[in-house]
Design a protein around this ligand. Structure first.
Ligand code: NAI
Ligand code: MG
Length: 494
């Protein structure tokens, strides 16, 4: 691995909350450190917000909504397009910030996250023109249907892909005419703050507000604030359950994008090399800290041995190291907490009797000593009932399961509390399609994993949450409310 090259820290020493168009300190005066997960180095200080900061932000968003909620669609369209342009123009800088703050290898933000975000803002710019309602004639009377913005939206996002998470939340909220209070994750919020700084002049004061801080002290007060008209959350399933409880206090809608334990199904007639690359991607992307990770790899018994051999060979060749190096495929996990969680699951897998095929620990060497690195790890002979097959590990760890009977395969693939995504690898498209329809998953990728498209709804079945992001329905049904206006032109009935 190449020596870690010193990179200039692109961040400010300290960041405020962004409230009502101003960068402000927490009312408590409390701050915390943002850490580079590859080196342990402190990158900046960030405000530790509390309920009083959230309250200020919600009030600013409420004030801004009075006019922003009535802006013509064409205006919001232009703003979203300009947000996309700004991000595209400074792609390299934002990629580096994402890498320093989160640990993801720079090839990811450069070639995946940021292009995805740019396309996303453009897609939602287009949706501003599609928020038309309907006219329903009923006898002589006429029903007019409108989609109106909700008001202030509280958005709580995780750390695994900060800028992409912001795009998924902010773009539809603005497209529909809502104002936003965003609470980024404490583990990785610097790129989010820099992004908001970059676009802050494009929207009126108070339309976008950001409060940084921890879940219970900044996230919870946002989710239960009576001035918030909708909550959108992405993160852990247990936290999602709390969010539902908080929003029940004010009877406001909520959308949740939660955990996953997605099947990655390999048929004997697949293109084996492509499938192995898909598997490598599942180990590497965000160091496996991906809600949609295809973490249960079901391989048909006819090709099981060959598949395992090739998979192990590929996993051993994964380039792990300094995430700012363009050659690096696998970077560190985001935090000490994630590191401990993942190492603990590797331990559990061995105790449960799964066969450790490769990896299984922290990589050796000076360059890894201060970062939260875990080797690419594959387990073989995994049974679907094992904890490593049922629980979200969120690391570069995959379990390989052997299958023989097709109906039994479908049963096992669905036998899990989650239903976020699934992957299918076969050259038989009829079989792929039938399989896709039988899987309980919100997103199914055939012959290419993580094949996200703006316009293709993202979201889960079962305990992976509800609501859909990234699509027209997001803006129409999850960030708007419907009003019917009934005009009586006919004679009265009585
Ligand atoms: P988390 O769900 O607790 O945190 C996500 C966001 O929610 C953060 O902004 C956090 O500050 C906030 N939050 C936490 N507790 C809150 C509360 N009581 N009220 C309001 N907001 C709250 O996820 P965490 O603890 O960072 O990660 C733990 C595990 O969750 C991971 O190991 C992984 O398995 C899963 N996870 C899944 C994600 C997904 O995309 N599906 C994303 C992040 C984590
Ligand atoms: Mg948590």
């Amino acid at each position: 691995m190449a020596e870690a090259k010193p990179k200039k820290n692109p961040f400010q020493q300290e960041y405020g909350h962004f409230i009502g168009g101003e960068w402000v300190a927490s009312e408590s005066g409390e701050t915390f450190e943002a850490i580079n997960p590859a080196t342990g180095e402190v990158l900046a200080r960030v405000q530790a917000g509390n309920d009083r900061d959230v309250d200020r932000a919600v009030k600013a968003a409420q004030e801004a909504f009075a006019t922003w909620g009535r802006t013509p669609a064409a205006e919001r369209e232009q703003i979203l397009l300009e947000i996309a342009n700004r991000l595209e123009k400074r792609k390299e800088q934002f990629a580096l910030m994402e890498t320093l703050g989160n640990g993801k290898p720079i090839r990811e933000p450069l070639f995946f996250d940021i292009p995805f975000c740019v396309d996303h803002y453009r897609y939602f710019a287009a949706t501003t023109r599609m928020l038309n309602g309907e006219t329903i004639p009923v006898g002589d009377d006429v029903v007019l249907i409108y989609h109106e913005p909700l008001g202030v939206v509280g958005q709580i996002i995780p750390w695994n892909a900060p800028l992409a998470m912001v795009a998924l939340k902010l773009a539809p909220a603005l497209a529909a005419g809502n104002t936003v209070v965003l609470k980024p994750a404490e583990q990785a919020c610097l790129s989010v703050l820099e992004f908001v700084k970059e676009i802050s002049d494009l929207v009126p004061r108070g339309v976008i507000n950001v409060v940084t801080g921890f879940g219970p002290t900044a996230g919870a007060p946002l989710a239960r604030h009576p001035g918030v008209n909708k909550v959108a959350f992405t993160g852990e399933t247990v936290t999602g359950r709390l969010i539902i409880q908080y929003t029940s206090e004010n009877i406001v809608p909520v959308t949740l994008e939660l955990g996953g334990k997605s099947p990655f199904i390999v048929f004997p007639d697949c293109d084996l090399d492509q499938t192995i690359e898909g598997l490598a991607l599942n180990l590497c992307v965000q160091a496996g800290q991906m809600c949609a990770q295809g973490s249960r790899v079901f391989v048909h018994e006819d090709i099981y041995d060959t598949f395992v051999e090739k998979a192990v060979d590929r996993a051993r060749r994964i380039r792990i190291g300094d995430p700012t190096d363009p050659q690096t495929e696998l970077g560190p996990l985001v935090s000490q907490e994630q590191l401990e969680k993942v190492l603990n699951y590797i331990e559990i897998g061995q105790q449960e009797g799964a066969k450790l095929l490769c990896g299984g620990g922290r990589p050796q060497g000076e360059q890894f000593a201060k970062g939260f690195y875990v080797e690419p790890t594959l387990f073989g002979e995994v049974k679907n009932s094992m904890r490593i097959a049922q629980e979200e590990i969120f690391g570069p760890v995959l379990g390989i399961l052997r299958w023989r009977d097709y109906d039994r395969l479908i049963e096992e693939a669905n036998d899990v509390i989650y239903g976020l995504a699934a992957g299918i690898w076969t050259s038989n498209l009829k079989l792929a399609h039938e399989t896709a329809r039988r899987l309980q998953a919100g997103m199914v990728w055939i012959n290419r994993y993580y094949n996200f498209k703006s316009g293709a709804p993202i979201g889960g079945y079962k305990k992976s949450g509800f609501g859909r992001e990234a699509a027209l329905e997001t803006v129409k049904y999850h960030y708007s409310q419907t009003k019917s206006v009934v005009l009586a032109f006919g004679e009265p009935h009585h």
